[in-house]
Structures are given as C-alpha cells and as structure tokens.
Design a protein around this ligand. Sequence first.
Ligand code: GLY
Length: 402
Amino acid sequence: MSAQPEPEPDVVIIGGGVIGLSIGWRSAQQGLRVVIADPDPGRGATRAAAGMLTPIAEAAYAEREIFQLGRESLRRYPAFASELATASGLPTGFRQGGTLQVAYDGDDLALLTEMRLLQESFGVVVQPLTARECRAAEPMLDPSVRGGLLAESDGSVDPRLLAAALLRAAAAAGARLIRQPVTEVLCTAGRAGGVRLADDSVVQARWIVLAAGWQSATMPGLPAGLAPPVRPVKGQIMRLATTAAMAAAGLPPGLLRRTVRGLVHGSSVYLVPRDSGELVVGATQEELGADTAVTAGGMWELLRDARTLVPGITELELVDVVAGLRPGTPDNAPVIGPSELPGLVLATGHFRAGVLLAPVTADTVASFLCTGSPDPIWRAFAAARFAAAGRAVSPQPESALT
Ligand code: GLY
C-alpha cells in the first residue's frame, strides 16, 4: 500500500520554543491540524530561561499592560501545568512558593520601597518584611540583608521540563513536528499561505504563526516593514545543585524555599530553587547582538551578587552555564495577534517573560485561529503600535539599552 500524503495543516507554527510549542499544543487540542517547524525545539531562549513566574516582582515603570498580561497568565498557570502534566505524563516543575525580594544595603532598601509603591499603584498588595523576617522566611540569607518584600502569589516552573512536556503533549494531541528551519514565508495574492523548509520542501497552510523569538525580525519572505521589531538580548545564567549530603543535613532543595530576587549595591540577581535540588542563578542582560558566549565576567557578576545574598551557594555543585537570547522589543512588550499580512499571526517579542506568558499567549492565539476573533487582551500588543509610534520596525542597534 502506498503511503498517504500528509493532509494540508490548518496552521504552521514557525518556532518550537515555549511559545510556539504552547500554541501548537493548545491549537491541536482545539482540533486544528498543526505543524511546528523548528530544527531544535525547546532550546534557544527556552533552554536558558530560569522559569520565574513573577509578574509582581518583575513589575516595572510604564509597563502596566505587561504586568496585567503577566498576572492573567499566572492565573492560568496552575490549570495549564496540571493539564499539561496529565496530557504528557511528564512533570513541569511548577511551584507556587512566592518570591522574596530582598535589599542588601540602604540604597537597595530605598529602591525596594519604590518598588512596593509601584506594585501598589498596580493594585497589588505585597508584604514588607524586616531583616529578621526575611531570615525567618529564608534562613540561608546573609544576616546583612536589610529587608524585603514578599509576593506570595508568584511562582516558578522548570522551562526544560516544560518544553519536554509540551513536545509530548502537542504530539499526543496530533501536532506534527518538523525538525527543520523555515527558510522563507510564502505569500500569494497578498496573503501568507505557507513556508519553505531547509530541504526546499513547501508546507502550505491557512495560518502561519511566527513564534521564532529574536529571529522573527529576520524571517525571509515577509513584505517590507512587516517583520516585528525584535532584537536579541543576551542573558547568561548558571545552574548549581545541592548535594545529597546537604539534603541529608536538612537543607531545602536548592538551599531556598522560594525564588529570591535581590538588589546588591544596585545590581540585580535572582535565585530560583527547584524541587530537584537545582538552584538557578541569573541573569545578565547584554546588548551584544546574537552572541551566546558564556563569559568569565558574566559568571563572576552572578556569583558575586548571589554569594553576597546567600553565602552558602559556594558549597553547591556547578552543573551548567548557558547564555540565551531573549526576544526584546522597543517597549519590552510582546507582539501578539494578527499582522497586517492576512494569514500571518505574530506571537513573539516576549523578552524576559516568555515562560510566564506562554499560557495566555497560547490560549488566545489558539482561540483566534479557530474563531478569527482577536482577544481584547491583545490591544496593547499589536505590531501596529510601532508604526503608529513612528518607531523603526527593524531591530534596534546593538548598543541600545533596555
Ligand atoms: N525573566 C528573567 C530573565 O529574563 O532574566
């Protein structure tokens, strides 16, 4: 019997990071025929990410809409993670322990007070903690820590486990993974209608979803001015691990009970513990183009600040160092929704929050692909905002700072 040709998919998703895989899973669950194209799914920024689910602790001035999107996605996380674990039979490392933000010196404490006012202006009540209360919450903190803020609803997930679970769940729901890069988006009669792959084969579909992280900006085949303005923002990160002897001595896995975000003489560092005993320490934020070298200086900065806050980390085993490229936009907000090119949907530019924003992005994009109705939650995230603001629609120069 001759093999049947694959039926034409409804949607081709360009990019198998946490955003593309989540959209693929949710869309296949809705009954769409899905193809995900990525030569190395689950790697890139997803593999480097710490997996903090911390819209409150990462709130920033002039980013109220990003904060609200993050909170909505966090609200969806427990169901997303539990459904995913059931569908895949794999763990995701989802935890809901909160985030403790801490300040090392007086200036850091002043910055933390400003942070609390910002969080309150966003309608969030965080709990201010004295130095003593910080150490009661996290006994491994250095006694010099001056004070903190506890955001109890923040959480974390392990992005590497998440990606593995998404791959399996998407496949179980019927999505087809093609391990090849897309070399061109194909447009006919003013509409995106397919992609060309590295082996020169073509896959046609009603919808093309561009979820290629920082590489979305340079995707060949898009009409001039349509590529979303995404640039790579390098982040270096390290993974440490508690030993069996430490666990036997009663220390918590990863030394901490919850994520700690610290300010140390004005420099920012975070430590994310996992049930496995891993402690992720991150991250640098560098405007160096597509450079993924792990540098001595980057590791030194992370270790310097992390050790200042939690001296015991020097006893941990160093298990991994990695650099990833976050997809940054000119206003730090993602680009989600239909583009000006019919048939092309954008889901990119999630910058520091791709893992956090995966559930809300996936749910709303999958629903759009089925109904054609854009979600009102996307209002602030349309690609058109850059043209409207008169900003460049090409990546910023490498020297630009966020
Ligand atoms: N969300 C943390 C980071 O990008 O470093």
